[in-house]
Design a protein around this ligand. Structure first.
Ligand SMILES: O=C(O)c1ccccc1NCC(=O)[C@H](O)[C@H](O)COP(=O)(O)O
Length: 208
């Protein structure tokens, strides 16, 4: 029996980060993609991270950022883990002296195992919903039956999760972790404390 870890993503406010941490989130996600309504500035990110209690992993999310841009952010923001949501090739994800997660957007007909095999140095693979032109944060779930049973890597399941469907998602996919953004919000980038707590409580009640 094992517990599934959880990340609350798209955090833009200190108060939301503290609610997530106090409710048991293992990680928070900070979006450094200007086109996202959940994007944070370097200063916002520094303030949020400085307010966190210990033992909460900080994850920076990027979409095809240049090495220069990413390096500047890492010089200023204490991120534990990187998460790449664009067309990044393996070489684009390495060399930052940080573990990274590669996000793959799933659609019928994809060879997920082959895509995973292209990132042997990734600490984990995040499986998210494919919506044309939307790199992440779609708020839509994908067909979990598309996920192969054993990808041989820590899988983070994302895409349209919420307190009502996360148990079924975990039981179907048996992921290492789950990730949520829209399903715990009152508005884009504004988390709803009760939804955050309900989501994390449901994850804790679900063992695999
Ligand atoms: O959340 C965003 O706005 C976002 C924008 C661009 C790239 C990635 C983004 N989010 C990444 C995440 O890990 C989200 O939590 C994940 O896509 C799930 O989002 P949701 O379907 O809203 O739960």
């Amino acid at each position: 029996m094992s517990l599934v870890r959880s990340k609350i993503c798209g955090i833009t406010r200190v108060e939301d980060a503290l609610v997530a941490a106090e409710a048991g989130a293992d990680a928070i996600g900070l979006v450094f993609y200007a086109k996202s309504p959940r994007a944070v500035s370097v200063q916002q990110a520094r303030t949020i991270i400085a307010a966190l209690p210990p033992f909460v992993t900080t994850v920076g999310l990027f979409v095809n950022a240049s090495r220069c841009e990413l390096g500047e952010i890492l010089d200023a923001v204490p991120l534990d883990l990187l998460q790449f949501h664009g067309d990044e090739q393996p070489a684009d994800c390495e060399g930052y002296h940080r573990p990274y997660i590669k996000a793959l957007r799933v659609k019928a007909g994809d060879d997920i195992a082959a895509q995973v095999a292209r990132y042997p140095k990734a600490a984990g693979i995040l499986l998210d919903t494919y919506v044309p032109g939307v790199p992440g944060g779609t708020g839509e779930a994908f067909d979990w039956s598309l996920v192969p049973h054993d990808l041989g890597r820590p899988v983070v399941l994302a895409g349209g999760l919420n307190a009502a469907n996360v148990r079924a998602a975990i039981e179907r996919v048996r992921p290492y972790a789950v990730d949520v953004s829209g399903g715990v919000e009152a508005g884009k980038g504004i988390k709803d404390a009760d939804k955050v707590r309900a989501f994390l409580a449901e994850v804790r009640r679900t063992t695999i």
